[in-house]
Design a protein around this ligand. Structure first.
Ligand code: ADP
Ligand code: MG
Length: 360
């Protein structure tokens, strides 16, 4: 059972005529790791800053445990925010930085130092207590920022692109550490990122935003398997999106007329019926490539245009009838057995049950 901790209810933020956040309604569960993602400028930071109390909503309500939070100043909320530039106090030692929130809360010097030391140890920066932030690496600074935010033992931690200033190998390491920290502390993490791999690797649920609105909320796998609209299908990448018309019923589902010819879609979406336009979405990893035609439905002749290698997986770009571009993703070893190269004439195919419809 998930318990709702924070509610954003029709929250908006306007700067004069400029809309930073148009309308966000979202429930954040106690103890979950939720990632906010979306293109640059879609309102992620603004949403986070409103939860933290650093910006006031222009409309709507933010509640924590059912209580209105809008008018509580940031320092009265227990909603620390860690961001990519860390925002450490440059003239304070690491220890004093970590003690900062405790001092603000009026904790006496002795217990404050002890608590700070506990968190510095926990974050692996105990040896740097007397250094200034400028004498630390990016990764170490990030740990100081986390220790400072967590020293007050908040119920929620807000993170704004916490890994984006780190170099790639450190990024993966810190990513694993954040996940471990989240699991150990059992508190709520709300993390803004523009990286799909980060969001999908760390989060229990992902919120995809565009133009100040929530587009879809769900577990990473569910969003990946079933995008809720065209924006999400394009944003998460790796999808083939084919426009067409649902023209009737066929042997394995609905018959779909498209630039690729007649296709069949075993859709379990009752809202899509014959007689309307639709977009057919097929994930690139559901498309297989064969050298020879097998006479199946959903089999399209195509020519390989280019290959894109990413580690042990490869995306094969194809051009099918009428210039329609398709992409198929497969493990590298499958590519080797097919010996595909640009110019190769192949057949792309997929199961009727692997496609789903979106509204155009
Ligand atoms: P994101 O974090 O998703 O990249 P932001 O929340 O920072 O996006 O910004 C959303 C939009 O609001 C952007 O168009 C940005 O330029 C605008 N914006 C953010 N803060 C301010 C501000 N203080 N004054 C005016 N416009 C702002
Ligand atoms: Mg931002």
């Amino acid at each position: 059972m998930s318990v709702t901790m924070i509610e954003l209810d029709g929250v908006a933020k306007h700067y004069d005529a400029h809309v930073a956040v148009a309308d966000v309604t979202l429930g954040i569960h106690k103890g979950e790791f939720i990632a906010l993602m979306g293109p640059s400028g879609c309102g992620k930071t603004t949403t986070l800053r409103m939860i933290a109390g650093l910006d006031q909503p222009s409309a709507g309500e933010i509640r924590m445990w059912g209580r209105r939070l809008n008018d509580d100043p940031a320092w009265e909320r227990d909603t620390p925010l860690v961001w990519q530039s860390y925002a450490l106090f440059p003239f304070l030692s690491v220890q004093k930085n970590v003690e900062f929130g405790l001092k603000q809360r009026g904790m006496p010097a002795g217990p404050r130092a002890a608590k700070a030391r506990e968190w510095m140890e926990r974050m692996g920066i105990g040896a740097f207590a007397d250094r200034s932030p400028s004498q630390l690496s990016g990764g170490q600074r990030q740990r100081v920022a986390l220790a400072r935010a967590l020293a007050t033992e908040p119920e929620i931690l807000l993170l704004d692109e916490p890994l984006s200033a780190l170099d790639p190998h450190l990024k993966v390491k810190m990513q694993a550490e954040l996940v471990r920290l989240h699991r150990e502390l059992g508190i709520t993490f709300v993390c803004v990122t523009h990286s799909h791999s980060e969001a999908f690797a760390m989060a229990d649920r992902v919120v995809i935003m565009n133009e100040g609105r929530v587009q879809q909320v769900g577990a990473p796998r569910d969003i990946y398997r079933r995008a809720g609209n065209r924006f999400v299908a394009e944003f998460i990448g790796g999808n083939n999106i084919i426009p067409g018309n649902i023209i009737g019923h066929g042997a394995d589902g609905l018959a779909f007329s498209s630039p690729l010819g007649a296709l069949s879609v075993a859709s379990s979406q009752p809202e899509f019926a014959p007689g309307g336009e639709a977009l057919l979405v097929i994930s690139a990893d559901n498309i297989t490539i064969a050298a020879r035609e097998a006479g199946l439905s959903n089999e399209v002749a195509a020519e390989v245009t280019t290959l894109d290698f990413a580690g042990s997986s490869v995306t094969v770009f194809l051009e099918a009838a009428g210039g329609t571009e398709l992409r198929a993703q497969m493990p590298l070893r499958d590519l080797e057995t097919l010996s595909l190269a640009p110019g190769a004439r192949v057949f792309a195919r997929w199961a009727a049950a692997d496609g789903y419809f979106l509204r155009p």
